[in-house]
Design a protein around this ligand. Structure first.
Ligand SMILES: [Fe+2]
Ligand SMILES: [Fe+2]
Length: 273
């Protein structure tokens, strides 16, 4: 498995764009897989600099229907017409963030993408190919991200808390190693890992993605939760590569406690795992 971090919130070098968003390029099982599309077409320019041929992507998985994971979809389809894009049907709902300053901001997918011929709506469990599965519908209340309390779904003018039915994760199995890819882990990283365990009776060897622990000005301190989460993660045999909505302060706290078991995946990182 080779991982290229096409975009996320930080960058390992000023030559790459960075933004609040996520896009990962994965070479595994003889396929090229794109996991999320960033917030804008910036990841496409980064991919060129990283010598990642996006025109050769075989298929794409969208972790959830927020703008920071889907903004680059249209630009991608202009250079790759063949790759299917697996996104939950619920991903096209109307999502809003209620900001600390009182603003209500639309954070959903650009609705014009709905009719793209590449879009596929998968069921809750799906094997895309041998060795690549996606799953959604994670339940549980183990250390859920506190930031979820500001994320809403609008149904016919009524806003209620988002239940994240639109969030899916991807499992790749290659050479007896298992890789769990998550976008923002809005359903809670621990709940996603427990769902994984329930089905496989083992934890993944690698977990890659954001844990949604970042705080904005005015958000309450969440270090107690991050410490509890670090105890949970430490106890598992997994190696973590986190980024994006984990936020650097939470990452540093996790790093202090998990040591080599966790690393940050910056924009521009290319590694063999
Ligand atoms: Fe995100
Ligand atoms: Fe999100």
């Amino acid at each position: 498995m080779k991982l290229s971090v096409l975009i996320e919130n930080e960058s390992m070098s000023p030559e790459f764009h960075k933004e609040h968003g996520l896009s990962l390029y994965i070479e595994a099982l003889g396929k090229n897989i794109l996991f999320d599309f960033g917030a804008s077409p910036n990841f496409i320019e980064n991919a060129e600099k990283m010598k990642v041929p996006l025109k050769d992507v075989d298929f794409c998985v969208v972790s959830h229907g927020h703008y920071d994971h889907t903004g680059g979809i249209k630009a991608f389809t202009e250079l790759n017409k063949k790759a299917k894009i697996y996104i939950r049907h619920e991903g096209f709902s109307d999502f809003y963030a209620h900001e600390n300053d009182g603003r209500v901001v639309y954070i959903g997918v650009d609705k014009s993408f709905f009719d793209l011929p590449q879009i596929v709506f998968p069921p809750q469990r799906m094997e895309i190919m041998k060795g690549v599965e996606i799953f959604s519908g994670v339940k549980g209340s183990l250390m859920n991200p506190p930031g979820n309390s500001q994320l809403f779904i609008d149904k016919d003018g009524d806003q209620s808390l988002d239940d994240f039915a639109h969030e899916q994760s991807m499992i790749i199995t290659e050479n007896d190693k298992t890789y769990l890819f998550i976008g923002c882990a809005h359903s809670g990283i621990a709940n996603i890992m427990e769902q994984y365990y329930k089905e496989r009776k083992a934890y993944p060897d690698f977990v890659l993605g954001g844990f949604h622990l970042f705080r904005e000005e005015g958000d309450p301190d969440n270090s107690e939760l991050v410490i509890s989460l670090s105890d949970y993660l430490k106890d598992k045999p997994s190696k973590y590569y986190t980024c994006h909505c984990t936020g650097l302060p939470a990452y540093e706290l996790l790093k202090e406690r998990l040591k080599d078991q966790i690393d940050y995946q910056y924009t521009g990182l290319q590694i063999n795992l």
